[in-house]
Design a protein around this ligand. Structure first.
Ligand code: TXA
Ligand code: MG
Length: 304
């Protein structure tokens, strides 16, 4: 906490992925955050706070359904993009936009850090830009050690994929990124259909395809299309039969476990020298939709 106060960078666990935090009001600290991540300065970051009541310190004009979402899902894996209150965070956090992304994470260590700090903490995932997000403190150490002032170890992340981002700046909610909160649960709270932003439309630059990709090529395949090939490793639910001659990375039992393991298994594939990861996605509902989204993005990266 004192590290944040003096403009330092602290990596901390959340229930989704590890974040790399800086004081959201300190332009110098946030600039260093961007430099360490090698993140383009026009990619805004999420501001994390300890309690829902701090939303109004950062935001103006939050619609009633935006508040309802905060009540329903905070603390938890939901990020709300809202109109930004002048002066609450530095311009570097929002890429100069008049909106700001806010989240109240559920991890006890994140909560303790944020409560002690009391202000907003700007935190992208604690990986270099365009790489696989970290879900353990070890991943953060492997990526960023030496460049951060402190790494808080809260064990492996319980959700494993990033928060669901909902744009609450228009007349109706638009999901900018699928994640830990299911879209049908959001629809249930707002009492209507919820639209998923199309790729061209968006506004959430973290949704670039180059994100979430390991060094190995990723192919999204149907279970029946699995076939042996050199250097291939399979990521699939345990119910999927893997043909002889193909090695498994892991065999998660359901979509939740698949999500929890996803990033560590993509890292594991690189550690084992995989050429290609053949990923059979879980059913695309609930958290499975977020898993499919990340796999599809990872697969769309073109390599030489
Ligand atoms: O689960 C998570 O959300 C994790 C943990 C650490 O909280 N954080 C995370 O941060 O995934 P990052 O920086 O990797 O992704 C932040 C996303 C990006 O897609 C960014 O474009 C979007 O949030 N974002 C931030 N501010 C925004 C804004 N004002 N308008 C639209 N999108 C915004
Ligand atoms: Mg990220």
């Amino acid at each position: 906490m004192s590290v944040l106060r003096r403009g330092g960078l602290v990596a901390f666990p959340t229930e989704t992925v590890y974040g790399l935090g800086a004081d959201a009001a300190d332009a110098t600290a946030v600039r260093r955050l961007y430099a360490v991540k090698a993140r383009p300065v026009d990619h805004p970051v999420i501001v994390h706070v300890a309690n829902s009541s701090q939303l109004d310190d950062l935001a103006n004009d939050v619609p009633p359904w935006g508040r309802a979402l905060a009540v329903a899902f905070w603390p938890g894996p939901l990020t709300l993009v809202v109109r930004r209150r002048t002066g609450a965070v530095c311009d570097e956090v929002t890429g100069g936009r008049d909106t700001v992304a806010v989240r109240v994470p559920a991890h006890p260590l994140a909560h303790a850090l944020l409560a002690a700090f009391a202000g907003g903490v700007a935190a992208p995932s604690a990986n270099r830009f365009g790489k696989v997000s970290p879900t353990t403190a070890e991943h953060v150490r492997a990526d960023l050690d030496g460049d951060v002032d402190m790494i808080l170890d809260g064990g492996p992340c319980a959700v494993g994929v990033e928060s669901t981002i909902v744009d609450a700046t228009g007349g109706e909610p638009v999901v900018l990124r699928e994640g830990g909160v299911r879209i049908d649960a959001i629809a249930h709270v707002v009492g209507g259909d919820v639209r998923l932003a199309t790729n061209g439309e968006v506004a959430a630059p973290g949704t670039l395809p180059s994100h979430y990709a390991p060094l190995a090529r990723v192919e999204v395949v149907a279970a029946e299309d699995l076939a042996p090939q050199p250097g291939a490793f399979v990521l699939a639910l345990d119910a999927v039969a893997v043909p002889a001659g193909l090695e498994r990375l892991a065999a998660p039992h359901d979509a939740d476990e698949y999500a929890r393991m996803l990033y560590s298994q993509l890292r594991e594939a690189d550690a084992r020298g995989a050429q290609v990861v053949l990923a059979v996605p879980p059913p695309a509902e609930g958290i499975g939709a977020a898993v499919l989204d990340r796999l599809t993005r990872a697969a769309s990266v073109r390599r030489r």
